[in-house]
Design a protein around this ligand. Structure first.
Ligand SMILES: CCCCCCCCCCC/C=C\C=C\C(=O)SCCNC(=O)CCNC(=O)[C@H](O)C(C)(C)COP(=O)(O)OP(=O)(O)OC[C@H]1O[C@@H](n2cnc3c(N)ncnc32)[C@H](O)[C@@H]1OP(=O)(O)O
Ligand SMILES: NC(=O)C1=CN([C@@H]2O[C@H](COP(=O)(O)OP(=O)(O)OC[C@H]3O[C@@H](n4cnc5c(N)ncnc54)[C@H](OP(=O)(O)O)[C@@H]3O)[C@@H](O)[C@H]2O)C=CC1
Length: 336
């Protein structure tokens, strides 16, 4: 490499390193002086990792989990499989799916099938459902969990970036739901549909605008179908997770790790969620114990959403001594 290019490449790497360092330090400055140390309250809220429902709750039931090879989808598959379900996991990377399927099957003794499918392609979805029908019959439980996302200022988004995310999240969920729904209706078979969205589907959020728009669309789709397809024996529910560490999410939304502490600081339970916790909730919602639940939107975020929303919540950092002063000032005020 010529000297000038070598020097400019070293300079670029140094600039990257410096950028990460500044981000980390600014987080330290922002959160180093709050009254209550972040995370200490997490001791009150220990995550339980065991499967919550009675064993056998999903015996003789078939469950399809899109994006079931990794992250939260993998955890949901493991829990459903442990509870007796025969699972099918579907996404683009067959090798990843097969590895997960083998690992979970060998732990639970229940078969997990791996089916390759890009949910953006309606023909591929139809072929995937053909394959599922041949393998297990139509599923009783459908979890639309597959997603794509990355942080990006909206002015930097290309049309294809927008299309990629909205195709995976909104169109993908719609293609899977409609293809299975139509076949289930034809076969007069009931089912539980669950969509995994996110807390900002409700509020919107800058820097993840395609994801926010598509997840909001998924919520509208599921609430609408809950009203329309109850007559066919179909339930539709939504879980909005808060932050739960997975490689897929964190590497695309906080690639430097600089924002993690800030995020934990604003969660009233003082910690991230765990994959096993959301897997237990998804299993409950998809089980017959929840057969009266339809059209529900369940926020599962350790309190992060309300913490971000409340105008006065920053007052958590006021110390007891400072409160004495503030109260005295307020009490001294007479009239308006
Ligand atoms: C205060 C800050 C707090 C930080 C908190 C951090 C932690 C927060 C946790 C809470 C999370 C909440 C919600 C999470 C929601 C999720 O959905 S997480 C799941 C994430 N998982 C995935 O995304 C897995 C699958 N993803 C992928 O496969 C890829 O990332 C992709 C890009 C979605 C799809 O891959 P592919 O089809 O191969 O697409 P490409 O051809 O690579 O790209 C298509 C177009 O998109 C453009 N692109 C790609 N990446 C970027 C980027 N980083 N920035 C801008 N644009 C990008 C790419 O250039 C293509 O467009 P063009 O053809 O025009 O070039
Ligand atoms: N982790 C978190 O903090 C949060 C996650 N969520 C949601 O939880 C769900 C799971 O996310 P998480 O486990 O964190 O992230 P992952 O990246 O691990 O999961 C996303 C999955 O979607 C699959 N996928 C992506 N594109 C497609 C496609 N075109 N067709 C089929 N499958 C596809 C991926 O598999 P493959 O690459 O093989 O296609 C992957 O298994 C998502 O819906 C996400 O929006 C919501 C809020 C918070």
């Amino acid at each position: 490499m010529p000297d000038t290019r070598k020097r400019s490449s070293i300079w670029l790497q140094f600039k990257d390193f410096f950028f990460v360092l500044v981000l980390s330090l600014s987080q330290f400055r922002l959160h180093g002086s709050t009254g209550l140390r972040s995370g200490s309250q997490a001791n009150f809220f220990p995550p339980l990792e065991d499967a919550m429902l009675p064993s056998g709750s999903f015996n003789n039931r078939m469950a399809l989990i899109t994006g079931g090879g990794t992250g939260l989808g993998r955890a949901m598959t493991a829990t459903l499989s442990q509870l007796g379900a025969q699972c099918i996991i579907a996404s683009r990377k067959l090798d990843v799916l097969q590895r997960t399927a083998e690992e979970i099957s060998s732990q639970t003794g229940n078969k997990v099938h791996a089916v390759q499918c890009d949910v953006r392609d309606p023909q591929a979805v139809s072929q995937c459902v053909d394959q599922i029908e041949a393998l297990t019959g139509l599923p009783d439980v459908i979890i639309n969990n597959a997603a794509g996302n990355f942080v990006c200022p909206s002015e930097r988004l290309s049309p294809n970036a927008w299309k990629t995310i909205t195709d995976i999240v909104l169109n993908g969920t719609a293609f899977v739901t409609l293809e299975l729904g139509k076949r289930l209706i034809q076969n007069q078979k009931g089912a539980s549909f669950l969509a995994i969205t996110t807390i900002y589907a409700e509020s919107g959020s800058g820097f993840v605008v395609p994801s926010a728009s598509a997840k909001a669309g998924v919520e509208a789709l599921y609430k609408s179908l809950a009203a329309e397809w109850g007559r066919y024996g179909h339930r539709f529910n939504i879980i909005q997770p808060g932050p739960i560490r997975t490689k897929g999410a964190f590497s695309r939304l906080d690639p430097t790790g600089a924002f993690e502490k800030a995020m934990i600081d604003r969660i009233p339970t003082g910690r991230l969620g765990t994959p096993a916790e959301i897997a237990n909730l998804a299993a409950y919602v998809s089980s017959n114990y929840a057969s009266w639940m339809s059209g529900a939107v369940i926020r599962f975020d350790g309190g992060e959403y309300v913490s971000l929303a409340g105008e006065f919540n920053e007052l958590r950092s006021v110390t007891p001594d400072q409160w004495k002063l503030l109260e005295a000032m307020i009490r001294k005020t007479k009239g308006s």
